[in-house]
Design a protein around this ligand. Structure first.
Ligand code: DHB
Length: 388
C-alpha cells in the first residue's frame, strides 16, 4: 500500500488531519487500534474554542454541531458562596461551543468515510520506521495479515500512550512534565445542569465543575485524590460533595448517573514535535490538565498547522512550513499549558493545611472577577487565542 500521508490514530487529531488534507487534495490513510464503536463512545471534554468551531463549520463538518451544540457567551467562577460571571462575548467578542469530543469524532468519521477516506480500525502491532530517510513506512496487522504502508509523511496522532513518540530515536526529544496531587472524578447524569452556562467552583473541600452535554444531561466533576478508588464514591457521596461545593449558589438537581470515571491530571510537552518525516500532533506530543478543556483544541490547532504545511509542500514545493511545524505549534502549546496550569492552580486545593494558599487563591479569584484587565485575559485564553 502507498499513500501520501500515513496517519496513526483516529482521534480528533488524526481524523481532522485526514479531513483537512482531503480538502487540500492530499491522500491519507488512518490506522486505529481500537474499534470504531470504541472511538465514537470515548468520553472526553466537550468545550470547543471559537476558531475551532469556525473551522469545523467552514470545512463542512459542523452541520450537526450547528443544530445540536450549545453556544455559550460566558461562564461562572464560584467562590465564597457567590457566582461571578465572566462575559467572554463582551470582553473579547468570542464564545465557546459545548459539544462532546466524541460527537466531533463521530462527525469526522462519518465525513471521511462519505468522502471515500480510508480508516482501518482494529489494526494491531503498528510500527513506524524509516522516517529518517526518503520513504517512511508503517507496518501493522489487519484482518490477520501483516501489511505495510509506504508514504511521504507520517502523522503521529496516536495519543500519549501511542507508538509514535517512543519511536523517535534516543536523544531527539526533551520531555517537560508536571504532576498534580489530585484528579477529577467525573459523572454524566440524566439531570439538568445547575445553570445553562458552566460553573467552576472553588471550595474549601476542593474544586468542582458543573458542565453539560445538553439541557437535560449534566457533566459534573469533583476534585479527588489522584489514585481515587471509584468504589469509595457511591452516588450519594458524589451528590453530597457536588451540593456542598456549589455553595448554595444554584439548585442542583440529582439524576440517574450513567457514567463515572477518574480523570488524571498531568502537564506534559515533548520538544520538538517532529523528526524526519514523522510529525506528532495532539496528545502524542502534549497533555494539559483538564481545567479549561484545552486538549482537543490544541490537537485541532496542531493538525491545522500540519495540513497547511503539507499542502504547501505538494502545491508549491515549500519545505519551510514543515521545518517550522514544531516551533509554530509549541508557541501555542506552551500558552495553553500556562493557561491550563493557571486555571488549575487557582481553583484546586493543594494543601488542606495551608490557609495562606487558600487566602491567596481567594484573592486571585476576586481579582480575576473584579478587574476587567484580568477577566479579559481569562476570556481571551478560554475562548481561544487567535490562530494566525
Ligand atoms: C468540560 C470539561 C472541562 O475540563 C472544562 O474545563 C470545561 C468543560 C466538559 O466536559 O464539558
Amino acid at each position: 500500500m502507498r499513500t501520501q500521508v500515513g496517519i496513526v490514530g483516529a482521534g480528533p487529531a488524526g481524523l481532522m488531519l485526514s479531513h483537512l488534507l482531503h480538502l487540500a487534495g492530499v491522500e491519507s490513510i488512518i490506522l486505529e487500534n481500537r474499534s470504531r464503536e470504541y472511538c465514537e463512545a470515548r468520553i472526553r471534554a466537550g468545550l470547543i474554542e471559537q476558531w475551532a468551531t469556525d473551522m469545523l463549520v467552514e470545512t463542512g463538518v459542523g452541520e450537526r454541531l450547528t443544530r445540536e451544540a450549545m453556544f455559550h457567551d460566558g461562564n461562572y467562577l464560584c467562590f465564597n458562596r457567590a457566582l461571578h460571571r465572566i462575559d467572554f462575548r463582551k470582553l473579547v467578542g468570542k464564545g465557546v461551543t459545548i459539544y462532546g469530543q466524541q460527537e466531533v469524532v463521530k462527525d469526522l468519521i462519518a465525513r471521511r468515510l462519505a468522502d471515500g477516506g480510508q480508516i482501518l480500525f482494529e489494526v494491531k502491532g503498528t510500527n513506524v520506521y524509516d522516517f529518517d530517510g526518503k520513504e517512511p513506512k508503517i507496518a501493522f496487522q489487519h484482518d490477520g495479515k501483516t501489511k505495510q504502508i509506504a508514504c511521504d509523511f507520517i502523522g503521529g496522532c496516536d495519543g500519549f500512550h501511542g507508538v509514535c513518540r517512543p519511536s523517535m530515536p534516543p536523544g531527539v526529544l526533551t520531555n517537560f512534565t508536571r504532576d498534580y496531587p489530585f484528579g477529577w472524578l467525573g459523572i454524566l447524569s440524566e439531570s439538568p445542569p445547575p445553570d445553562h452556562e458552566l460553573i467552576y467552583a472553588y471550595n474549601e473541600r476542593g474544586f468542582a465543575l458543573y458542565t453539560m452535554r445538553s439541557p437535560t444531561l449534566a457533566r459534573l466533576y469533583i476534585q479527588c485524590a489522584p489514585d481515587e478508588d471509584i468504589d469509595d464514591w457511591p452516588d450519594a457521596r458524589i451528590w453530597e460533595e457536588l451540593h456542598v461545593r456549589l455553595g448554595g449558589t444554584r439548585k442542583l438537581a440529582e439524576g440517574h448517573i450513567v457514567q463515572k470515571s477518574v480523570t488524571p491530571m498531568r502537564s506534559f510537552v515533548c520538544e520538538p514535535m517532529q523528526f524526519g518525516s514523522l510529525y506528532l500532533a495532539g496528545d502524542a506530543a502534549h497533555i494539559v490538565p483538564p481545567t479549561g478543556a484545552k486538549g482537543m483544541n490544541l490537537a485541532l490547532a496542531d493538525v491545522r498547522v500540519l495540513s497547511r504545511a503539507i499542502e504547501a509542500f505538494y502545491r508549491k514545493n515549500r519545505t519551510d512550513l514543515l521545518q517550522n511545524y514544531s516551533a509554530t505549534c509549541l508557541n501555542r502549546v506552551w500558552k495553553a499549558q500556562r493557561f491550563s496550569w493557571w486555571m488549575t492552580q487557582m481553583l484546586h486545593r493543594y494543601n488542606f493545611e495551608n490557609d495562606f494558599e487558600m487566602r491567596r487563591q481567594l484573592a486571585e479569584l476576586d481579582y480575576v472577577t473584579s478587574s476587567q484587565a484580568a477577566a479579559t485575559s481569562l476570556a481571551e485564553n478560554y475562548a481561544g487565542l487567535p490562530m494566525e
